[in-house]
Design a protein around this ligand. Structure first.
Ligand SMILES: Cc1cc2nc3c(=O)[nH]c(=O)nc-3n(C[C@H](O)[C@H](O)[C@H](O)COP(=O)(O)OP(=O)(O)OC[C@H]3O[C@@H](n4cnc5c(N)ncnc54)[C@H](O)[C@@H]3O)c2cc1C
Length: 453
């Protein structure tokens, strides 16, 4: 079987459809050995999942001279990497699990005006995860988690510029502040725990009163009583288009993208012999699992000890909006982000536990629309788009980055919950080194698959 390649000049929805139908024609027992295709001095590596982590890994491997096949069941940017808020959050070192969460969560769950939702039928499956998740809502755990997040995120914009350098994707990256809007100073002071943590991790931020917020951006005038300007952040102006352009570059440089649904890994004596898809076996020297929230499917087989759940998130987009914000904005009271992107204003947030399979709920969209109407009553636009996706959320809010305890040639990079767009490029760099045995002068023990949590 020949690998199916994207036509780099036509990376459109039609191309995707053509690729999907072409791959459906492969016969049941086909075996495709990527080792046959290339020079033996390079390694042949299969990367599974073409979100931001997968495309970053594939590109860094390719730049190091290796032959890379990137597999996705739907195509590039089919998961969370498409619909996120687009913030390069170099200062996002505070997890959701902060002290006091357990006290607040029940009230939040029963209110349609709070950004925490649960599909109640899913609760029995969720309980073992929740037990471990809530265990981390204390100051000692937050301190440890914040170190792991800081190592991954502190230079997020630079990592994106390095990844996209020399590609069409570069034009989607902006250096920007990240603004936090509070109702008043009292609301800010009640949130001091997180800001103390950020300060200790070296996040550079400035406090602002209502007047200085208005001077910073006229569009913020009168909307908040108090705010924070976080410096050295960035934004992606269209996350979906950004990843499609990175994918296009990857293909133009000789990489292969296959549209296939991976179902299993064939592991024998601690070594992976192939990945199995719905139709065939694919053989390579090494395999990298970057399938976001779906990666947990193989946790037991790969020896991963860290529980993970899909944390469903939502966005609405105002097309051709009358307001363009200078910087991405976290509306702290509603826990959602507003970010001006190419031709639209995206409003993203909500945490909903409900697994991978059920369709989007209506209540989160309703809540986001209500909150936006209250904050921006003067906003006009042509139409609204809606989207729901799955954040890969581990119980201790740190991703899994490292080798599988059960197979010496399977490497894993997933579990980036709210910060995967920001941390994806560096994760890809680290994975590329791990998968090829190159020296890596970084302590990755905080992200080990078999860590105690
Ligand atoms: C509402 C919302 C807002 C967010 N805002 C931000 C933000 O502002 N900044 C930030 O840094 N992060 C943000 N995030 C988080 C970020 O989007 C994710 O952490 C990140 O996109 C995860 O990337 P990934 O590559 O691991 O997974 P994904 O992007 O989900 O990619 C996984 C890929 O694996 C593929 N796949 C799954 N199963 C298989 C299979 N069996 N075979 C083959 N392929 C498979 C899927 O099709 C998918 O394309 C946000 C998330 C949400 C939901």
């Amino acid at each position: 079987m020949q690998p199916i390649k994207f036509d780099e000049s036509k990376l459109t929805d039609e191309t995707m459809t053509a690729v999907i139908s072409a791959s459906a024609e492969v016969s049941e027992d086909d075996t495709y050995d990527v080792n046959e295709e290339t020079n033996k001095t390079t390694k042949n590596i299969i990367v599974i999942g073409a979100g931001i982590v997968g495309i970053s890994t594939a590109l860094w491997l390719q730049r190091d001279g290796h032959s890379v096949t990137l597999i996705d069941k739907k195509g590039p940017a089919a998961g969370a990497s498409f619909g996120n808020a687009g913030v390069l959050a170099s200062g996002a070192v505070v997890p959701v699990t902060v002290p006091g969460l357990l006290r607040k969560a029940p009230k939040m769950l029963f209110s349609p005006n709070q950004p925490l939702f649960l599909k109640w039928s899913y609760l029995p499956k969720l309980i073992p995860f929740l037990r471990k998740y809530i265990k981390h809502a204390n100051a000692v755990s937050v301190e440890k988690i914040s170190h792991g997040l800081s190592q991954l995120l502190h230079d997020a914009p630079d990592q994106h510029f390095a990844l996209a350098n020399g590609t069409e994707a570069e034009k989607y990256i902006d250096l920007a502040d990240y603004m936090y809007g509070y109702k008043d100073e009292a609301a800010f002071l009640s949130d001091h725990f997180g800001w103390d943590v950020r300060k200790r991790r070296g996040v550079n931020f400035v406090k602002m009163n209502a007047e200085s917020l208005g001077n910073y951006d006229l569009n913020l005038k009168g909307r908040f009583g108090y705010g924070i300007q976080c410096k050295n952040h960035g934004r992606i102006k269209d996350p979906g288009a950004y990843i499609l352009n990175l994918s296009k570059h990857f293909v133009a440089k000789g990489g292969t993208i296959l549209i296939k649904d991976v179902t299993d890994f064939e592991i024998e004596d601690g070594h992976c012999k192939s990945v199995i898809t719905l139709k065939e076996k694919l053989i390579a020297d090494s395999y990298v699992l970057t399938a976001g929230a779906w990666s947990g499917t193989w946790a037991a087989a790969l020896g991963v000890k860290v529980p993970m759940e899909a944390e469903r998130g939502y966005h609405i987009e105002f097309i051709n909006p009358s307001i363009t914000l200078r910087s991405p904005l976290m509306v702290v009271g509603g826990k959602f982000v507003v970010n001006s992107m190419n031709g639209r204003m995206r409003c993203a947030g909500v945490i909903e536990f409900g697994g991978l399979d059920s369709p989007p709920a209506k209540a989160p969209f309703k809540l986001l629309k209500k909150q936006m109407a209250e904050l921006f009553p003067d906003l006009t636009y042509d139409s609204i788009d809606e989207w729901m996706g799955h954040r890969p959320a581990t119980a201790d809010s740190l991703p899994i980055i490292g080798v599988s305890p059960n197979a010496d040639n399977i490497f894993m990079g997933y579990g980036h919950h709210h910060i995967g767009l920001s941390g994806g490029p560096k994760t890809g760099r680290w994975l590329a080194k791990l998968a090829t045995g190159a020296p890596l002068n970084v302590d990755l023990s905080a992200y080990a698959a078999d860590r105690q949590i």
